[in-house]
Design a protein around this ligand. Structure first.
Ligand code: BGP
Length: 475
């Protein structure tokens, strides 16, 4: 491919944006909703959990999507979104998590959200579990360490497929499922503090989630035959810090801690390198024959992933200088610049990931998160408040050009949903000031603000990218 080749995307490419319930909805105790782990994580993963909800938790109000979703979805439609990724808050449907009957008021809320999507011809893309385990499951069962969670999750997933399966085509089982290894409470609803959690309990939680993911896929095939189910992985290419073969092997070993989750979802069995790593760590898991059959028989239709950063790896401990990362850090790459939050920016890494995943799995790929968290400054232009976010435009342009390159490489890419298409509360730091959106939300870290929505410069820019199906991107 030469530089004169225009960037092209498939005609049915699913352009859109992504969010998660706990980061946008607010209304944390309305509509019969129970508490979730997010209600005791006011500072994200930067501090230990609190005993109960506290007023400093920005997620209690979020960006008030619970009451403003119609306005927000209309704005997404104005940008031309073909898809909108949102999650369903488990604790709106099952307030405690272990009930037998769902909360009708919670179900009705998502009916209305889907109504709005349909009104605008936007395809919903639903995450079943996005960092919002019901708190009761965390405190009573220690989250995914306990096998009982498999049954609770399956019941929840079945309710969703029965209710929305005819209207929602694309489903993701667990957000960034591999992050449970690094953030057990956030990702696995595990109450035991990370430093007291045994490796066996941690990997058993992973196994339990993988079985639950397979059971959800099975349930979708029964209850919603037109639905397509994907796994969702935090993708992060790991480059060797040097060409030293020991560094190359070290980078492969680190990268496999993420790739394993795709291997298992796509191939339906644990790869040899993963089993070896469990043995080396002295981990013995409870895996039944039924679990093995479930994994094998219920592999995913597509692989989705988030992509923010790449990292490096080295076998030489004296050179392991860590950078910042999405949920978990890696060795800093001296060739890359970083965002204000220290996340290293690597557009080519996205093309690398797309090619690697396609070569490895031969499954359609869906980029369901990518974006730049930045401090934005409001300015007034022609009497209208806005943000001149050229840095964000540059970030998206450069990443989307690489998606186009991967498409030209022959990779089957289903779509792209930018992370935080509207400003929301950050997952790792729980700040509003870490803004990702094309739409500015007037809310500050101290909780003040009108919650008004304002279009940033990137709003019109992204609308044009979608309208031109990528032709407006510049190399
Ligand atoms: C991913 C999560 C999202 C999101 C994003 C950006 O890990 O799936 O929920 O928040 O990262 O991270 P942050 O909000 O910490 O900047």
């Amino acid at each position: 491919m030469t530089d004169s080749t225009p960037v092209t995307f498939p005609q049915d490419f699913l352009w859109g944006g992504a969010t998660a319930a706990n980061q946008i909805e607010g209304a944390y105790n309305e509509g019969g909703k129970g508490l979730s782990i997010q209600d005791v994580m006011p500072q994200g993963i930067t501090t230990p959990r609190t005993a109960g909800p506290t007023d400093d938790n920005l997620k209690q109000v979020g960006i008030d999507f619970y009451h403003r979703f119609a306005e927000d979805i209309a704005l997404f439609a104005e940008m031309g979104f073909r898809t909108f990724r949102f999650s369903i808050a488990w604790s709106r449907i099952f307030p405690l998590g272990d009930e037998t009957e769902p909360n009708e008021e919670g179900l009705a809320f998502y009916d209305r959200v889907i109504d709005e999507c349909e009104k605008h011809g936007i395809e919903p893309l639903v995450t079943i579990s996005h960092y919002e385990t019901p708190l009761h499951l965390t405190e009573t069962y220690d989250g995914w360490v306990n096998r009982d969670l498999i049954g609770f999750y399956e019941r929840y997933a079945r309710v969703l497929f029965a209710r929305y399966g005819a209207r929602v085509k694309y489903w993701l089982t667990f957000n960034e499922i591999n992050s449970v290894l690094h953030a057990p409470l956030l990702s696995g609803g595990i109450n035991t503090p990370k430093d007291q959690l045994t490796r066996t309990d941690l990997y058993q939680a992973v196994h339990n989630e993988l079985v639950a993911s397979a059971l959800a896929t099975k349930a979708a095939r029964e209850l919603a035959p037109s639905a397509r189910v994907g796994c969702m992985i935090l993708a992060m290419p790991v480059y060797p810090l040097s060409p030293d073969p020991d560094d190359v092997m070290a980078s492969l070993t680190t990268e496999r801690t993420n790739l394993a989750f795709g291997d298992i979802h796509v191939r339906g069995e644990y790869p040899g390198y993963y089993l070896r790593s469990l043995r080396d760590q002295g981990v013995e898991l409870v895996i039944t024959d039924e679990d093995r059959a479930l994994l094998k028989e219920n592999t995913v239709d597509f692989v989705s992933f988030s992509y923010y950063v790449s990292v490096a790896e080295t076998a030489d401990n004296s050179k392991r200088v860590m950078g910042e990362g999405n949920i978990f850090p890696g060795v800093a790459n001296p060739t890359l610049k970083a965002s204000e939050w220290g996340w290293q920016i690597d557009p080519v890494g996205l093309r690398i990931v797309l090619n690697q995943f396609w070569d490895r799995w031969q499954k359609p790929l869906f980029i369901v998160e990518n974006g730049l968290g930045a401090n934005d400054e409001l300015v007034t232009v022609d009497g209208r408040k806005t943000v001149i976010d050229d840095y964000r435009i540059e970030y998206f342009n450069d990443h989307l050009v690489q998606v186009g390159e991967a498409v030209a490489d022959g990779v089957d890419v289903m779509g792209y949903t930018s992370w935080g298409c509207i400003d929301l509360v950050s997952a790792s730091t729980a700040q509003m000031s870490k803004r990702y959106g094309f739409i500015y939300v007037d809310r500050n870290d101290d909780g003040t603000g009108t919650l008004d929505r304002l279009k940033k410069k990137s709003f019109d820019w992204y609308a044009e990218v979608i309208r031109s199906n990528g032709a407006s991107l510049t190399r």
